[in-house]
Design a binder for this molecule. Structure first.
Ligand SMILES: NC(=O)c1ccc[n+]([C@@H]2O[C@H](COP(=O)([O-])OP(=O)(O)OC[C@H]3O[C@@H](n4cnc5c(N)ncnc54)[C@H](OP(=O)(O)O)[C@@H]3O)[C@@H](O)[C@H]2O)c1
Length: 207
């Protein structure tokens, strides 16, 4: 299983941490700079251009700003047939809330940009620092809320999440991303607006 992580920022590093048992390639606009990021993660982690990373991957993670998604889909050549995990949060510039919602979501908009990709929402409710610390909060595996219209793609991402030692909660079709993105906005509000910090994560009990 080869994972492409598009981006080399906070979430990209967090994903590389929790998925350390897999072959990983960072896809970047700046492959040589990405190579130095990759070198910090061991021999199974490499770097490439965005299209080269996508070509090698079974699953592609979009660890880029929501506003960059269209450019990434274009750079990747459309992402046809790929499982694409969208972890973007379409926050307003001042982080006071979501810029879109109720009638659509970042995940659904990305699915429209890449209609031949199998888009799965996930990881957006977890702070990057939680992933960089190994995916546990207060000693408990963090929960990854998942949504998608392709059941097989969701099942593959769910299996990957569980193999990484995290809890997976499948929330339904891709439109459930509207709610998942709202949960992430609440998490950001608690972490920053209410001063609870970033060592927190939302979950459900009884599932
Ligand atoms: N930070 C968090 O705690 C957190 C939590 C949940 C979800 N998220 C979401 O995760 C995504 C990434 O957040 P982050 O905190 O990791 O951001 P970040 O640290 O700023 O990193 C974003 C990465 O995206 C790439 N990028 C930026 N503009 C791009 C463009 N126009 N085209 C292609 N690639 C571009 C850059 O990689 P290269 O320069 O290597 O190309 C950059 O390293 C965002 O959508 C955010 O809402 C973040």
């Amino acid at each position: 299983m080869t994972l492409a992580i598009i981006g080399t920022g906070n979430m990209a590093k967090g994903l590389a941490t929790v998925f350390s048992g897999n072959a990983i390639v960072f896809g970047s606009r700046h492959p040589s700079e990405a190579a130095s990021v990759a070198s910090g993660f061991g021999v199974s982690v490499s770097a490439a251009s965005i299209p080269d990373a996508v070509a090698k991957a079974d699953i592609v993670f979009l660890a880029v700003p929501y506003d960059a998604a269209a450019a990434v889909v274009k750079a990747a050549g459309g992402l046809a047939g790929k499982i694409v995990v969208d972890l973007t949060n379409p926050m307003k510039a001042d982080f006071s809330g979501l810029a879109i919602g109720f009638s659509t979501s970042a995940a659904e908009e990305i699915a429209r940009l890449a209609p031949q990709a199998k888009v799965v929402k996930g990881f957006n409710t977890l702070f990057a620092s939680v992933l960089q610390n190994g995916g546990k909060v207060a000693g408990t595996p963090a929960a990854v809320l998942l949504a998608g219209d392709d059941a097989g793609a969701v099942a593959q991402v769910e299996a990957l999440v569980k193999a990484a030692g995290l809890k997976a909660i499948v929330a339904g079709p891709l439109a459930a991303s509207r709610n998942i993105e709202a949960v992430a906005a609440l998490n950001i509000g608690l972490g920053y607006g209410q001063g609870k910090g970033t060592d927190i994560a939302p979950t459900w009990v009884g599932i």
